[in-house]
Design a protein around this ligand. Structure first.
Ligand SMILES: Nc1ncnc2c1ncn2[C@@H]1O[C@H](COP(=O)(O)OP(=O)(O)OP(=O)(O)O)[C@@H](O)[C@H]1O
Ligand SMILES: [Mg+2]
Length: 362
């Protein structure tokens, strides 16, 4: 039996930008790699978010392609660390969400864990969300347990906000209680609009948004989405916050300048997150942001204005915002290997703590 405490975490999220990978021993050793998705894979994954012709075949092909990128990412990590596959205890691979429907008892994170085990020669732990859903939970968010383990404080309430495609918060109380849920859109709507009007994958630093004017009527229309008033546990994804949703919101605002729509989408992203934090963690003295949204300086500034408390990136707590989610899946793989629960029932709504994941041995 392998005794090495090194793990790989592989995360590719709703933004469909690429694979974030880490190799870590949770002891200061940390190697990181990022592989952007080729446009063809991004397009294929985007189309799979809705039902369509021959989707079982298309899903399998996209899963295989994604898995070869996961394997490339693992090879880069091993090369950086100068170690062999045998020294890694397991890979925690999230897979790519193409549907998330806990109300109907399922979620789908596609990948080919068998192929990943074959290509890397390392044990692969996959499908982290299904067991929590089987136990009546949302299957998401799963990162609050990790946030609590590494960012929790015994003297003050901390809020960690992961601004990926979707945004989720972890409210870490000093007495150990944790609350967490998906607050709504992270970068997903701003990315969609930047792709459409700038031909770019995202609005760098939010500069384009910052050059426009917020439309108050559009902003209040966006904020009236019923998801925000739903009590937690709750989780969401591209199943809700997608292009058709945005089209419906914009229907009464034809003729608005694209730059003003982008300004409003950024304000909306900041406000929907800030309102969640004010409602459920009004006492917090600081908010720590991880995920790609931490790179959006204008969004970070807007969030601090909305909240009137300091907003930092998780760098302030010792972990780069780009690595947090991938480390979380390495951590969840470690929990699986030690047969320890990975979910927090208070967060997901599951009937109890559960060991998350399925093993594909090397
Ligand atoms: N320099 C930047 N300026 C503005 N936005 C940025 C910048 N760098 C990254 N981003 C945003 O971050 C996004 C990627 O973030 P991330 O990888 O955390 O999201 P994700 O893959 O959806 O993860 P999650 O699983 O947490 O949803 C990009 O799509 C983009 O919107
Ligand atoms: Mg990403």
């Amino acid at each position: 039996m392998k005794s090495s405490p090194l793990y790989v975490g592989l995360m590719s999220g709703t933004s469909l930008d690429g694979v974030d990978g880490v190799l870590t021993g949770f002891d200061g050793r940390l190697y990181a790699a990022y592989i952007p998705f080729p446009e063809s894979l991004r397009d294929a994954l985007l189309v799979l978010q809705q039902s369509g012709h021959d989707e079982i075949h298309r899903e399998a092909i996209a899963a295989n392609t994604l898995t070869t990128l996961y394997a490339d990412c693992v090879q880069q990590l091993l090369a950086q660390a100068g170690i062999s596959a045998a020294e890694v205890r397991a890979i925690g691979a999230h897979g790519q969400t193409i549907r998330h429907n806990p109300a109907q008892g399922y979620t789908r994170q596609i990948q080919q864990p068998a192929l990943l085990a074959e290509l890397t020669g390392i044990d692969v732990v996959a499908d982290f969300r299904s067991r929590d859903i089987a136990a009546g939970g949302q299957g998401a968010p799963l990162v609050p347990a990790f946030h609590q383990a590494v960012f929790g404080s015994t003297s003050t309430t901390r809020v960690v906000a992961n601004i990926g495609g979707i945004c989720n918060i972890s409210v870490l109380h000093s007495d150990g209680r944790v609350l967490g849920y998906d607050t709504g859109p992270g970068n997903v709507l701003m990315d969609l609009w930047a792709a459409r009007h700038l031909g770019l994958p995202y609005d760098r630093n939010g500069d384009w948004a910052a050059s426009g004017r917020v439309d108050p009527a559009l902003l209040s229309g966006l904020m009236s989405e019923p998801y925000f008033a739903q009590p937690s546990p709750k989780s969401t994804g591209r199943d809700l916050f997608n292009a058709p949703w945005l089209e419906r919101q914009l229907a009464a605002f034809a003729g608005r300048a694209p730059v003003d729509v982008q300004a409003t989408l950024m304000a909306f992203t900041a406000r929907s997150l800030a309102e969640a934090i004010q409602r459920d963690a009004g006492e917090t003295e600081a908010v720590y942001v991880c995920g790609g949204g931490a790179m959006n300086g204008c969004l970070m500034k807007q969030l601090a204005t909305e909240l009137a408390v300091p907003v930092h990136s998780t760098d302030a707590l010792g972990i780069s915002p780009q690595h947090v989610e991938a480390i979380a899946f390495a951590w969840l793989a470690a929990r699986f290997c030690d047969r320890l629960p990975g979910n927090l029932p208070a967060v997901t709504g599951a009937k109890g703590p559960r060991i998350l994941g399925a093993l594909y041995p090397a």
